[in-house]
Design a protein around this ligand. Structure first.
Ligand SMILES: Cc1cc2nc3c(=O)[nH]c(=O)nc-3n(C[C@H](O)[C@H](O)[C@H](O)COP(=O)(O)OP(=O)(O)OC[C@H]3O[C@@H](n4cnc5c(N)ncnc54)[C@H](O)[C@@H]3O)c2cc1C
Length: 405
């Protein structure tokens, strides 16, 4: 049994912990936040994501909290439907699974509950990974503890293990120590997220489907989450970012300027939140490999993406399933896998995941420009989207939703 240390207790970190524990390995998760929790926001999960959740053993836990939308509707913000992708039986037959939307907190909760039921997994909160080193014998991880932690505990500690998985998100310390490639790139888009009670949503707003409204200089996505109790809204606009951090509260004033004279239903949606949380939209050019020796990366640490294909979290879940598969492939009844075999399993995991995640990152980046285009590009875009309404649009998504481990 090897000992994996996982930096980060988000979606990728908990999924990785489950994947390693399923293969009989001991896992220590180090999460910088004092508790494992999520800010309110929604996540779309295609049939590929559902398969990954099933593989990790968390689908049944999450199932009561998911919402199954009727369709994905693409509209012009000024009014007028462009396309509708139905998510009913033909979709489910084509991709052998359902399309669902969830609250991030519900997804994280399901992963956390499953992880806490596994005796091989230990989760420590209030532990920030500040650096690491590796040699032939294992990894040493430097940790900074929360000030408020148990009295007498050292603020700076080290933990040793056999392998390290960096699941510490878009500004990953582990990635910096491994690849030295600096901070992610700001994409020129700012994302505004809000969650409101479903009862606050007025008449005239369609709750049955995921809505994607396209506009010059921005777009808006909305759908219900949390077993239909909450309404999730995300708006992205072309905007500069001057703040120190990468996210902050906002009154969303710019949204009223960008989305002026839009369809009444969209106007109602955008007037719902009293406060938004704004995020600097960022990603990175994909790299060929994201591991060395005993260390690898997973999720946003490995392949941060803009959220326009709604696939970042799902990629983290797929990553974990593939990591588990590669560890399973070297497992034998007769003897423990050697460190060298596990290291080659880590490289095999990276090689399997690289092309798919690079495609997602590049497509998402391109979609940002296409979604926010003005004329004449927007006219060509609208013609293209119209031509892909219904089954034609579904077939074009086969590469994304048809994934199987
Ligand atoms: C507006 C928006 C909408 C989105 N919509 C979707 C969607 O519909 N579908 C989808 O699949 N994806 C979506 N995503 C993407 C998705 O949210 C991310 O890809 C996903 O959260 C990545 O998970 P992660 O665990 O890799 O990173 P994170 O969620 O960033 O988790 C990283 C964790 O590591 C911890 N951490 C960081 N540094 C350290 C450290 N040094 N030491 C210890 N712990 C550390 C953090 O506290 C955090 O808990 C969206 C993203 C945005 C911004």
């Amino acid at each position: 049994m090897a000992h994996f240390i996982v930096a980060g207790g988000g979606i990728a970190g908990l999924a990785a912990a489950l994947a390693c524990a399923h293969q009989g390995h001991k896992v220590t998760v180090l999460e910088q936040a004092p508790i494992i929790e999520e800010i309110g926001a929604g996540i779309q999960i295609g049939p590929n994501g559902r398969r990954a959740l099933e593989g990790l053993g968390v689908w049944d836990l999450l199932r009561p909290r998911v919402v199954f939308p009727r369709a994905i509707r693409i509209l012009r913000a000024k009014g007028g439907a462009l396309a509708e992708l139905p998510l009913n039986e033909p979709f489910q037959r084509m991709f052998d699974g359902t399309y669902q939307v969830v609250h991030r907190a519900d997804l994280l909760d399901a992963l956390f509950v499953e992880a806490t039921q596994r005796p091989l997994i230990r989760i420590h909160t209030g532990r920030r990974v500040t650096g690491f080193a590796q040699d032939d014998n294992g990894v040493r991880v430097d940790i900074e503890r929360e000030e408020t932690d148990a009295e007498g505990a050292e603020k700076h500690q080290t933990l040793t293990g056999d392998f390290l998985i960096g699941a510490d998100g878009i500004r990953s310390r582990v990635r910096e120590g491994l690849l030295h490639d600096g901070p992610p790139q700001f994409a020129g888009h700012v994302l505004y997220r809000a969650l409101v009670d479903i009862d606050a949503v007025p008449e005239g707003v369609d709750l049955s489907s995921v809505h994607l409204w396209l506009h010059e200089g921005g777009h808006v996505v909305h759908y219900p989450v949390a077993a239909g109790e909450k309404f999730n809204i995300v708006a992205a606009v072309n905007e500069s970012w001057e703040s120190e951090g990468w996210s902050e509260p906002s009154d969303g004033a710019i949204l009223r300027r960008v989305f002026k004279d839009v369809a009444p239903a969209l106007e109602k949606v955008l007037s719902l939140p009293r406060q938004w949380l704004r995020w600097a939209g960022a990603d990175r050019e994909p790299v060929n490999t994201w591991g060395k020796g005993r260390v690898t990366l997973i999720g946003d640490a490995a392949h941060p993406t803009l959220p326009y294909l709604a696939s970042g979290a799902v990629m983290a879940l797929e990553d974990a399933v593939i990591l588990g598969r590669k560890l399973a492939a070297i497992r034998s009844r007769e003897r423990e896998a050697s460190d060298e075999e596990i290291i080659s399993a880590l490289r095999a995991y990276e090689a399997t995941r690289q092309p798919r995640t690079a495609r997602i990152v590049k497509r998402s980046h391109a979609l940002g420009r296409i979604y926010h285009a003005g004329p004449p590009l927007s006219l060509a875009r609208d013609l293209f989207i119209r031509a892909r309404s219904g089954t034609a649009g579904l077939r074009a998504m086969r590469w994304l939703y048809g994934w199987r481990p």
